[in-house]
Design a protein around this ligand. Structure first.
Ligand code: F6R
Length: 623
């Protein structure tokens, strides 16, 4: 989704801004632009399309300035055109802003600003911010609030504060003005903003990925906070003008992990590195000597976890699928009632949070707005909130009471893969952690720990089938409708397999509990339709085989994910991808792998850009 980079320092801003935008490309965008204060003038360059298109526009521009703001836009209000691309200028052309988020009252504000004589050039909600700031900046009565003899810097800062107070919705913004050529202002509410503190320079961005090349010292702005950066330093304040004691933190982000390492796509790299990322996720958390699950991030809350009467879970997309597996795990292993919610629905249904409810939010990016809102709602209703998050220092990680990081490294491919298996591993460890403290025997816990330890190498053996999965994808990539079916722990995997195929191959796919098929979807089955059964050996195996027979009887194409050595299913299936045997609760970490590969190969064969699927964004920071 949208990304912001801003620079104030002693170097030329242009190359730093462009490089920063490239670091944010993975988030998904459809236009890009930058504004640099060059010899006292605001120079604006924008382009629809890719950053390479922006670079072509920039090739002719010798921009010398060392202060600038830049943006990648993922269209919400208005099409993906150059006019709608950020930065946006106020009607005088002297103030430029970039904005992430959504301004909910923009229509009212726009009408009011037009009545005050402002003109607009775009269809975006963001342009109202530029004009609001402008209105306050040039309004003599408002400028009095800055006090007599206070400089233009204070005047701009005051105008930004007053403007932000008018906004409903979410924002991360950066602002510059050609009238105040040595000042950069940034602010946030509900949309991340990190202030990188370099040597004689400042890089402000919506994502640490754009900063780490320059510095690892940073301040994470809190909601309703602003930073005013000048050539002499910086100040942090609230939008009510109260001082904020800035906390300087070390950014934990390794640029090495952003390389492709010889893979053609991040998605391929992230699928194939799962043996390692899962090992990293489990590392130090399964103590062989003491036979314990060790989860440092939640250790101080173990009493509350044991006392819990209910687990609530909220997440979106792939993380929601992991949450559904989590629901089964908490009920099965820890005997705790658990329920997963779509984060986007949670706060709109007056949810009941009973006493002693532990609420878990799951998010790879830690920035998904709906998940963040569910977190806040659960907290307000008195739940203890835990986070299962990949992105260290992200907003969700910071707002939860405690949490467990995935430690699978940055996920760049838009389709989530290694984060999913990491989420499953963390949920399993958490369920075991609680289970052992409630009712599970030590012997049983050790049985699970031994099986969990084997998962990384078992994933490696599944990955060896990539070439075969490619052949199957080749055979069926033109089929436009697929079904994915599974029961029990494999139902969420079926949902995830269908989502992967949809989002990068643009093939219509539906995931269902296998038994639901006969309540309607069976009508779809023809000899043209691939039906993927996620059917490893499990307590539900015989029932699933019944469903396999039903599809076979109607001539459907059967692709099965089955346990190694299962010869029965080969009599029915047209193609079989195998997974090594493991405990039923751990199977999703293996059975999802062939489905990730199937989607990847199908998308490539169909000629899609798998790392940047159309219309999608890596982190969804709007409602
Ligand atoms: C699918 C995918 C999305 C995300 C969802 C939540 O491959 O990536 O469905 O899982 O947008 O994102 P996070 O986990 O960042 O909260």
């Amino acid at each position: 989704m949208c990304g912001i980079v801003a620079y104030l320092g002693d170097k030329k801003a242009k190359p730093i801004l462009v490089e920063g935008l490239k670091r944010l490309e993975y988030r998904g965008y459809d236009s890009a632009g930058l504004a640099v204060i060059d010899h006292g003038r605001l120079q604006l360059v924008r382009s629809a399309g890719r950053i390479s298109d922006l670079e072509s526009c920039l090739a002719e521009q010798e921009l010398e300035g060392s202060l600038g703001i830049a943006h990648t836009r993922w269209a919400t209000h208005g099409a993906a055109t150059t006019e709608n691309a950020h930065p946006h200028l106020d009607h005088t052309g002297k103030i430029a802003i970039v904005h992430n988020g959504i301004i909910e009252n923009f229509a009212t504000l726009k009408k009011w600003l037009i009545s005050k004589g402002c003109t607009f050039r775009s269809e975006t909600d963001s342009e109202v911010i530029a004009n609001l700031i402008s209105l306050f900046y040039y309004d003599e009565s408002q400028s009095d609030q800055a006090g007599p003899d206070r400089g233009l810097e204070i005047r701009l800062e005051t105008a930004v504060r007053l403007a932000l107070r008018e906004l409903d919705g979410t924002y991360g913004i950066a602002v510059v003005s050609s009238e105040v050529p040595d000042v950069l202002i940034a602010a946030r509410r509900g949309s991340p903003m990190v202030v990188g503190l370099g040597d004689g320079e400042f890089i402000v961005a919506s994502d640490a990925a754009a900063i780490v090349k320059h510095t690892t010292q940073a301040i994470y702005l809190g909601d309703n906070e602003m930073v005013v950066v000048t050539r002499d330093g910086y100040r942090t304040i609230t939008i009510e003008n109260d001082p904020v004691a800035a906390k300087i933190e070390q950014i934990e982000y390794s640029l090495d992990r952003l390389e492709l390492d010889g893979y053609a796509h991040y998605m391929a790299k992230e699928i194939f590195e799962q043996p390692q990322t899962l090992a990293d996720c489990l590392k130090g958390r399964l103590d062989q000597t003491s036979g314990q699950v060790v989860l440092g991030g939640i250790a101080s809350l173990s009493r509350e976890l044991v006392r819990a009467h209910r687990i609530g879970i909220a997440a979106c997309g792939t993380a929601w699928h992991a949450g559904l597996v989590g629901e089964y795990l908490f009920e099965q292993l820890a005997q705790l009632p658990a329920e997963v919610d779509y984060a986007s629905e949670f706060r709109y249904r007056n949810p009941i949070i009973e006493q002693d409810t532990v609420f878990i939010v799951i998010s790879q990016s830690g920035e998904t707005l709906d998940t963040l809102a569910a977190l806040q709602e659960a907290k307000e209703r008195g739940a203890l909130v835990l986070g299962i998050v990949n992105s260290v220092g992200s907003t969700i990680a910071r707002q939860t009471d405690a949490g467990i990081y995935l430690h699978v490294g940055p996920e760049i491919g838009v389709a989530s893969t290694k984060a999913f298996t990491g989420q499953l591993a963390v949920l399993t460890m958490l369920a075991l952690y609680i289970a052992r403290r409630r009712r599970m025997s030590q012997q049983m816990l050790e049985h699970y720990i031994r099986a969990l330890r084997r998962i990384p190498e078992q994933i490696s053996t599944v990955l060896e089938q990539s070439e075969y999965i490619h052949q199957v994808a080749q055979e069926y990539h033109q089929r436009e409708n697929w079904l994915f079916l599974g029961r029990g722990y494999q139902f969420p995997v079926a949902l995830e397999g269908a989502l992967k195929l949809k989002e990068i191959s643009y093939i219509h796919a539906e995931g269902l509990p296998a038994a639901e098929m006969k309540h309607g979807p069976i009508a779809l089955i023809t000899p043209e339709m691939p039906v993927v059964f996620v059917a490893p050996k499990s307590s539900q195996y015989d029932k699933v085989m019944g469903n396999v027979e039903e599809v076979k009887a109607r001539g459907g194409i059967i692709i099965a994910v089955a346990t190694e050595g299962d010869e029965t299913i080969r009599d029915y299936a047209d193609h079989v991808f195998t997974v090594p045997d493991t405990l039923e609760e751990l199977q999703p970490m293996l059975t999802v792998i062939p489905l990730q590969l199937l989607a990847y190969h199908a998308a490539l064969i169909r000629g899609h850009d798998v790392d940047k699927p159309r219309n999608l964004a890596k982190s969804v920071t709007v409602e």
